[in-house]
Design a protein. Structure first.
Ligand code: SF4
Ligand code: SF4
Lengths: 165, 422
């Protein structure tokens, strides 16, 4: 095999042309690329407009989870402690996000659209315990917001569990 | 189509005797061991160029490799056993994690196996979309192979070029399926969700741009004296040896055997799209590189044809026994709600039987063997991992080569250790 010094120039031309192109790197923490509307990030539990929780503690999401990372302990609603419109509510609702594989089966399983997977993906913590999200953390609106791309363009009218009802 | 297929497959093996057994462990010649200094070196498990956690015990005579023994199992996670503990529906999330680079193809193997047992036929739109996503997955896998393979031989800039396009592929996956890898988008009976309308323009943009990018990679590598010097004539594997070692995929096709399951036993829509199977004849590292480069171009062609030919219609079969009912029915129909509860908690039951589904993954023949005892969980799941088989060719390909070439050869076999150890 003979060395081919002149052929190498073709390769260098590719490199050279890059100088005139816009860099494709994004300045990540300052700039966040909008995620697509179907993106499955951190979970969110939803409330009805009147403030009652949508979740009725039926544990279907826990049954659907392939990673077994949801823990639901249900309790009865009483007249002076009404948490959800149904008979029961979730007294404890925990998701262990260090086990979660973000498959989205929980939102498929939930018959009441109480749990959805939202756009947030910045989920690092200093300790593993902090990754166990309790009900209060899941009910609260996310602090760090991630932009979402145009829903009209990139999603079909179907999955209604993505719609806020 | 049939006549070309017949022409293609006649000369698969014309030798008189498949040499057997071909050693998958390279042993040092005992005579050599006595009078020379044989140096035993551990290559890995934490070596940046082992594509995962692979440990090779290499015995060197000077710079020559005289003995090599692979120690595998560092990434063993028990995927197959785990899947047997989950319902069929949940088990779909596992196979994509076995070979995490051609994830969509792995998922397809398992889903096809379920469908074969259930005897359901997915709608045409699902079939075409599956073909499209599998080809994108193949491109993704080859891009990572090219980037890391060239990086190991010192061509660092190629990694950035490849990862630029890889990101474009993953963006497409995010757009359609919701996550960038490990999508669970293929479900028994079709697709999990409809294709979003914006996908077609985005994907076409990618398919138009990508062939030019492949030319760019070739311009960077193909005429470079160093690259040629380090790949041509290195890691030779003859067609006979490749067949005897059970090789498949790009490794086999680089040894001159025209064998591609997409052509031989067409599944999905592969018998309706037009593509060529690249075959090269030298069986060295360079030819394996050429095969994969050509495959990326062919995959782009398939993607384009899938975009053009994507049929309209439903994306999943309307069978309430295996598919979750539509969401809006849950609030109106009691029957749907009962089906929903039953499917989620217990899952669908799959008739008794055993199937073996073989498809062409980015690394070769990926087989999925599934046994069902009629219950809601698989009784046995077994994957025929192409990486594991490719690794068996290490001893034959590295025999007598230099230790620096060991890295090039190992890279060219394109093993994914997650796939190998499962
Ligand atoms: S996304 Fe999947 S793994 Fe995560 S909590 Fe939901 S069902 Fe479980
Ligand atoms: S989130 Fe939904 S599925 Fe899970 S317990 Fe609550 S209501 Fe049931």
């Amino acid at each position: 095999m003979s060395p081919q010094p002149f052929d190498s120039i073709k390769g260098f031309a590719v490199t050279f042309r890059q100088i005139f192109k816009k860099p494709i790197t994004q300045q990540y923490p300052e700039y966040k690329r909008p995620v697509y509307p179907r993106f499955r990030g951190r979970h969110r539990l939803w409330r009805h407009e009147n403030g009652l929780e949508k979740c009725v503690g039926c544990s279907l999401c826990a049954a659907a989870c392939p990673a077994d990372c949801i823990r639901v302990v249900a309790d009865e609603n009483t007249a002076d402690n009404r948490v959800s419109p149904g008979e029961r509510y979730a007294r404890i609702y925990e998701i262990n996000l260090s086990r979660c594989i973000f498959c989205g089966y929980c939102e498929l399983a939930c018959p009441f659209d109480a749990i959805t997977l939202e756009a947030e993906y910045e989920l690092s913590e200093y300790s593993r315990d902090d990754l166990i999200y309790t009900k209060d953390m899941l009910l609260a609106p996310p602090v760090k917001r991630v932009p979402v791309a145009d829903r009209e363009l990139y999603d079909t009218p179907q999955p209604v569990w993505k719609l806020e009802s | 189509m049939a006549s070309t297929a017949a022409r293609r497959h006649a000369p698969i093996y014309t030798g008189t005797r498949i040499p057997s057994p071909i050693p998958s462990v390279l042993k040092v010649d005992p005579a050599l061991r006595e009078d020379d200094d044989i140096l035993e070196v551990n290559f890995g498990p934490n070596h940046p160029s082992t594509h995962g956690v692979l440990r090779l015990i290499v015995e060197l005579n000077g710079e020559r490799v005289e003995g090599v023994e692979a120690v595998i199992g560092y990434l063993h996670t028990g995927f197959e056993k785990n899947m047997e503990q989950k319902t069929w529906w949940k088990a779909i999330t596992y196979p994509e994690r076995i070979d995490y680079l051609s994830f969509q193809i792995n998922e397809l193997a398992f889903v096809l196996a379920i469908e074969k047992l259930l005897e359901v036929e997915p709608p045409a739109k699902a079939t075409w979309m599956r073909t499209l996503l599998c080809e994108l997955s193949r491109i993704h896998s080859h891009l990572i192979w090219l980037g890391t393979g060239a990086l190991e031989l010192g061509a660092i800039s190629l990694l950035w070029y490849c990862f630029r396009e890889r990101d474009a592929v993953l963006d497409l996956f995010e757009l359609v399926t919701g996550v960038r890898m490990h999508t669970r988008y293929f479900q028994a009976g079709g697709l999990a969700e409809d294709i979003p309308p914006g996908f077609f323009t985005e994907c076409r943009k990618f398919a138009d741009m990508f062939p030019g990018r492949v030319d760019e990679y070739e311009a960077l590598l193909d005429r470079q004296a160093i690259w040629l010097e380090r790949t041509k004539g290195i890691g030779l594997l003859s067609a006979e040896d490749a067949i005897a070692l059970g090789q498949s995929g790009p490794v086999l096709r680089a040894s001159g055997v025209d064998w591609d399951l997409r052509k031989v036993e067409p599944y999905l829509a592969y018998d309706q799209v037009d593509f060529d199977v690249p075959v090269y004849f030298n069986g060295d590292v360079y030819d394996r590189y050429k095969v994969r480069m050509d495959e990326m171009r062919e995959s782009t062609r398939i993607v384009q044809q899938c975009l053009d030919g994507m049929p309209e219609g439903p994306w999943i079969v309307d069978d309430r026994k295996i598919v979750l009912p539509p969401r809006h029915e849950l609030h109106t129909s009691m029957e749907s709600l009962i089906h929903h509860f039953k499917l989620v908690t217990e899952g669908y039951r799959v008739p008794v039987g055993e199937v073996y589904v073989a498809i062409e993954s980015a690394r070769g023949e990926l087989g999925c063997y599934v046994v069902s005892d009629g219950g809601p969980k698989p009784w046995r799941v077994k994957f025929r991992a192409p990486s594991f088989v490719a690794l068996e060719a290490t001893a034959t390909t590295v025999a007598g080569s230099l230790v620096a070439d060991l890295i090039a050869i190992l890279g060219s076999l394109d093993t994914v250790m997650g796939d190998c150890d499962r």
